[in-house]
Design a protein around this ligand. Structure first.
Ligand SMILES: Nc1nc2c(c(=O)[nH]1)N[C@H]1C(S)=C(S)[C@@H](COP(=O)(O)OP(=O)(O)OC[C@H]3O[C@@H](n4cnc5c(=O)[nH]c(N)nc54)[C@H](O)[C@@H]3O)O[C@H]1N2
Ligand SMILES: Nc1nc2c(c(=O)[nH]1)N[C@H]1C(S)=C(S)[C@@H](COP(=O)(O)OP(=O)(O)OC[C@H]3O[C@@H](n4cnc5c(=O)[nH]c(N)nc54)[C@H](O)[C@@H]3O)O[C@H]1N2
Ligand SMILES: [Mo]
Length: 753
């Protein structure tokens, strides 16, 4: 396992590069805070000495921070959070402050490279022309062999959410009908659940938390994962709100709350239904809402009366019945009260069902459509761009998959469907199995962009087998991660400072420009420049074989993503206004759903969703039990503070904060297993194992262990060795594939010998 020999190709020139960089003045790229007292001299800050650029953190994160970038002598000297955004409010997270190091890291992929044999570590530098020639040759060969390009697959997810980066999908369309991995490992079960209940995923501006009088953070860890939201929670508390955290793990967020409930994983549905039943028993249901703005309430109330009691819920979820009753009464009495439904909570085989039960509880209290209220999950109202980069035409005469409507996807606003031919879609959450199973034609070539399958996809050992089947893998990335090790060709891509794009969030309502602040380092190119280079190579070899423009201007393409709708929504008349700082949407609704007109088939809140039933689930938000345990310990692999998935922890700066991963285990469980604090252990199940040191803590339950997902450049640690690809219930309706039960995993643990 993890035994790929790998020599970083930059090892040789690393020192020289650093020296060169220092000579060029990049030493100053260290933000003041990280200079040691020894070499720091007090230099008065002179803002006039810098050119300031606007950037935006493009990572898959609630906060999508607006950044101010300070450049001198053509070098990014330091960054700060944009003060104009009341959300970012001048502060970045610790990850954000490492950005200059990401740009100037000696570990970056610097030029196109080819590996003699995948996994050999024998990389060789090649020119962009040679790389593109080889790739184009392979694409044309596949087309000749199969008569179509369905043997060419794209796997892309959330490495960079800048809008112009949807040009990667555009590049694939411009070649013909190909195979796309669709769906998302992130949040799909909850998206579908909210669509069944409300007709869309839409929630209040997080800044409106300050108006809430009661806040339940249910299966989310914003202290780490949305640290800018915390200030609103604190302010709400100053205004008299109570904050409750419901999580199997005593997280940093829980530590900041007024009350913490350790729920058994995957049982939140029972808990929410128990709370709903108590509302009913105490006459605390908001009759105006359930009678006038909802359908199916009477039926749901019958279901609760016949199937649910607070004691039953308590038995399943592990929270004392008295506590459930007390919280329910407090929540119903507080006006307004809100639930923040975290994404961690729905990564279960019953995740969608759990979200529907929580929605139903909030709806019964009349907190939907209310300022400071709501069942908050996310929003995509700010994403109304043109997707100009994404929408490209297939070449004349392209042959594709017959009889389907094109790919659905999280961000498929273009709706490519309705052609006779279409792309073939495979489930991104079963990448390994789908590659192994793909037939007629088999998948022969994979393009990986904005995605790190070996760190983020499931059942890593199976993925290794799947990749072995592929004839060519091309990965576009910034660092030599494990996916790159499993590739034939790697192409260096720009970082946020080196390209133009525009960014919005799936949580707050701010819009940020991302300007090119410095020239690309080394031979890095943006994702759309790479597409243009491929188009040149394709058309040289086979004129007309690729419709992607052969020259692109990143700034022009960024401008082409704007339209009147976006301008009006944000109250600007030109993108150039964003050079003065980010802008917030001019929200016409005081709260999401404030008109109480829903986007469901009935136009009402649907306690009973026939659409949900048509799609194979219960019509009512009924209790659905979770996945059966297959090993003694539940394994949770949630998100880490110092990284964002496989990003950031590989930087040497960040290694200072987070040098080593651990498996967290309860002291009593450890004792029973003969495991001592800080000792090496094996965490294993039927699909693989991980060796790591144990940390004993009562922050986790006795039957549960936690390992935070992360990629370390020098360690073989990889949680996906023990996380399988079991599906979540919902997600297929809106994102094209069901979610994945990331937190329904089971392992055993033993001292490493
Ligand atoms: N066990 C476990 N697995 C999980 C999760 C979990 O909680 N536990 N969480 C899941 C969730 S919520 C998500 S969202 C996914 C995230 O999965 P991914 O989207 O794959 O995650 P990242 O590591 O953020 O980004 C992938 C790669 O994009 C690269 N990249 C960055 N910028 C660019 C760019 O401009 N162009 C290109 N071409 N590449 C770029 C990065 O260097 C990185 O290697 O992981 C999922 N997997
Ligand atoms: N620092 C940092 N920030 C990030 C990210 C990151 O990797 N690092 N990732 C970004 C992305 S892509 C996402 S999707 C978000 C994720 O943001 P969150 O959803 O806040 O984070 P997660 O760590 O995925 O999961 C949150 C919590 O869900 C809990 N949980 C798991 N199962 C259950 C359950 O059955 N019931 C309950 N009640 N709780 C459960 C976990 O114990 C965990 O504490 O954060 C974004 N922000
Ligand atoms: Mo995510």
């Amino acid at each position: 396992m993890n035994k790929i020999k790998f020599r970083r190709p930059d090892a040789v020139d690393r020192r020289g590069f650093l020296k060169g960089l220092l000579a060029a003045g990049a030493a100053a790229a260290l933000p003041g805070g990280l200079l040691t007292a020894r070499n720091a001299k007090a230099v008065p800050f002179d803002p006039g000495a810098y050119q300031v650029f606007r950037n935006a953190c493009p990572r898959n994160c609630y906060d999508t921070c607006s950044i101010k970038t300070y450049v001198r002598d053509g070098i990014v000297q330091f960054v700060e959070g944009a003060p104009e955004s009341t959300f970012t409010r001048g502060a970045l997270c610790v990850k954000g402050y490492t950005y200059p190091r990401r740009l100037y890291s000696p570990d970056r992929i610097k030029y196109p490279m080819i590996q003699d044999k995948r996994g050999s570590g024998n990389w060789r530098r090649i020119s962009w022309d040679e790389a593109m020639d080889r790739i184009a040759d392979k694409i044309l060969e596949i087309k000749k062999r199969d008569g179509s390009l369905l043997g060419l697959g794209l796997t892309k997810y959330s490495g960079n959410f800048g809008i112009t980066n949807y040009g990667v999908e555009g590049m694939m369309s411009s070649l013909g009908y190909t195979t796309r991995f669709v769906g998302t490992p992130c949040w799909p079960a909850g998206i579908d659940a909210q669509n069944y209940d409300l007709g869309d995923m839409w929630c209040n501006d997080p800044e409106d938390f300050v108006k809430a009088k009661y806040i339940i953070i249910w299966g989310g860890n914003p202290a780490w994962c949305s640290m800018h939201s915390m200030k609103y929670l604190y302010q709400a508390r100053e205004n008299g709100a109570k904050i409750v955290v419901i999580d199997p793990v005593f997280t940093q967020t829980a530590a900041k709350a007024d009350m913490y409930w350790r729920v058994k994983p995957g049982t939140d549905g029972a808990l929410a239904l128990g709370m709903a039943r108590h509302l009913l028993d105490r006459g605390l249901v908001n009759q105006d809402f359930v009678n006038n703005y909802a359908v199916g309430y009477a039926e749901f109330a019958d279901y609760l009366r016949q199937n649910v009691t607070v004691d039953w819920a308590s038995e399943i979820c592990g929270i004392p019945a008295e506590d459930i009753r007390a919280l329910t009464e407090e929540f119903a009495a507080a006006k307004p009260a809100t639930v923040w439904i975290g994404y961690g909570m729905q990564r279960h085989t019953n995740g969608g069902a759990m979200v529907r039960a929580i929605d139903a509880f909030v709806a019964m209290t009349g907190n939907i459509g209310v300022e400071g209220g709501g069942a908050r999950y996310g929003q995509m109202r700010t994403w109304g761009f043109n997707y100009h980069a994404m929408i490209q035409k297939q070449p004349e005469g392209s042959i594709g998959f017959v009889g389907a409507t094109g790919p659905k996807g999280e961000f498929d606003f273009a709706g490519e469907g309705n052609t006779t031919y279409s792309d073939r879609t495979l489930n991104i959450n079963k990448t390994a199995q789908e590659i192994l199973d793909a037939k007629d034609p088999e998948l022969k070539m994979l393009w990986v962009s904005c995605k790190n399958p070996f760190a983020q996809d499931f059942d890593r050992n199976k993925l290794e087998k799947a990749f072995a089947k592929l004839e060519m893998v091309v990965t576009v990335d910034q660092f030599f991660n494990e996916t790159v090790q499993h590739s034939d060709i790697v192409l260096p891509v720009t970082t946020l400072f080196e390209e133009w794009t525009v960014n919005v969030s799936y949580w707050h309502y701010w819009l940020s420009l991302n300007e090119q602040a410095v020239k690309p380092m080394h031979e890095a190119r943006s994702n759309i420049e790479i597409a243009a280079a491929l188009s040149r190579a394709m058309n040289k070899k086979a004129p007309g074989s690729c419709t992607f423009p052969q020259e692109v201007d990143g700034r022009e393409w960024m401008i082409k993503e704007f339209n009147k709708g976006v301008y009006d929504y944000f109250g600007i008349s030109s993108w150039e206004e964003l050079r003065n700082g980010p802008v917030k949407a001019k929200l016409s609704n005081s709260a999401a759903w404030n008109e109480r007109v829903f986007m469901t088939p009935s136009g009402k809140y649907e306690f009973r969703s026939d659409l949900c039933a048509q799609n194979g689930f219960k019509a009512l938000p009924e209790y659905v039990p979770g996945r059966e345990a297959t090993a003694p310990f539940r394994l949770l692999t949630p998100h880490v503070q110092f990284g964002l998935h496989s990003q950031f922890i590989n930087l040497d700066w960040m290694e200072n904060f987070y040098p080593e991963p651990f498996v967290y285990i309860h002291p009593e469980a450890a004792e029973a297993k003969g495991i001592r604090d800080m000792e090496k252990v094996r965490v294993f199940n039927s699909i693989g194992e991980v060796t790591v040191r144990a940390k004993l803590t009562s922050n986790v339950a006795k039957d549960c262990v936690v390992m935070y997902e992360a990629w370390f450049r020098k360690l073989a640690f990889n949680v996906q060795n023990v996380v399988d690809d079991c599906a979540a219930d919902m997600g297929a309706m809106k994102t094209g594939a069901p979610g994945v039960a990331i937190h329904d995993q089971f392992v055993d643990i033993a001292p490493a010998v």
